[in-house]
Design a protein around this ligand. Structure first.
Ligand code: ZN
Length: 274
């Protein structure tokens, strides 16, 4: 049995979780609530630019856990694949500018590009941005997405596929992100988490609601759904991961409410259910 967490020292919140807040508001809100970690989504960098965002983050004392998100490599044409690579190179520059040591990759998929082709394009895309990532001191993490997103968001849908890619690329700058929302259903999850070992670069939590009313934006607060979150945390810790536990909750319902209260709810749910 995995023990409950005794404090908030490993809590990190994604700026998308508090989507209505600007980056500035999120920084202030998390700091005021005693949330030590922040994962920044690229759209929250746009209003100020990465350089100014980096200054704000540095002054805040928050730990920048990662930048979300890179990826989306597959495309129908070479020109579009090159555009994706160029965008990932910019993401690496942004990560460097805000002091993020990691970029999470939502690897991509495009309707009518066969999944096997998409997976080959993903590996090729990651390999092509690795030199730039290395020179910026940024690591890259493959995040498998639930198979319901295999049409248009990610051709990587299981830990096994992510582990196989990490093995094929064979570069210690490339690892995996375990997100309980995408992976909880997988009968091989514990075994594949064990196999991933120290290539687990990050860990995302939220919950699966029944019924799920929106395929993208109806994720639940931890404890409101059916995912064995604490057990899965035990598995990633068995594999050696001791890093931040990141609340990544896309929710039209929570976004419609008061974000400071939402952060308080996340803090209590984190202790009760993670
Ligand atoms: Zn995630």
């Amino acid at each position: 049995m995995t023990k409950p967490l005794s404090d908030h020292s490993r809590l990190c919140i994604h700026t998308m979780t508090t989507k209505p807040w600007s980056l500035h508001e999120a920084i202030d809100g998390y700091a005021a609530a005693g949330v030590p970690g922040i994962t920044v989504w690229r759209q929250h960098l746009e209003p100020t630019g990465a350089r100014e965002a980096g200054r704000m983050l540095k002054d805040s004392g928050l730990e920048v856990v990662s930048l979300c998100r890179g990826g989306f490599f597959p495309a129908h044409t070479d020109a579009d694949r090159q555009k994706a690579v160029d965008d990932n190179l910019r993401a690496i520059d942004e990560a460097h500018a805000i002091g993020a040591p990691l970029i999470v990759l939502v690897c991509g998929a495009v309707p009518r590009v066969p999944l096997t082709t998409a997976r080959a394009q993903i590996v090729e895309g990651i390999v092509s941005i690795l030199p730039h990532a290395a020179s910026a001191g940024v690591r890259l993490s493959i995040e498998p997405l639930h198979p319901m997103y295999a049409d248009s968001r990610s051709a990587v849908n299981t830990m096994k596929q992510a582990n196989d890619m990490v093995a094929a690329i064979a570069n210690d700058r490339v690892g995996v992100t375990v997100d309980v929302y995408h992976l909880w259903w997988d009968p091989d999850l514990r075994e594949e988490i064990r196999r991933a070992g120290d290539s687990i670069f990050s860990f995302h939590v939220c919950d699966w609601l029944t019924p799920t009313r929106d395929i993208l934006n109806d994720r639940g607060l931890m404890g409101d759904g059916c995912i064995n979150i604490r057990e899965i945390r035990g598995w990633v810790e068995e594999a050696g991961f001791t890093g931040p536990i990141e609340a990544e909750i896309f929710s039209n319902e929570w976004w419609a409410g008061d974000q400071a209260q939402f952060v308080e709810r996340i803090r209590s749910a984190y202790l009760a259910h993670c």
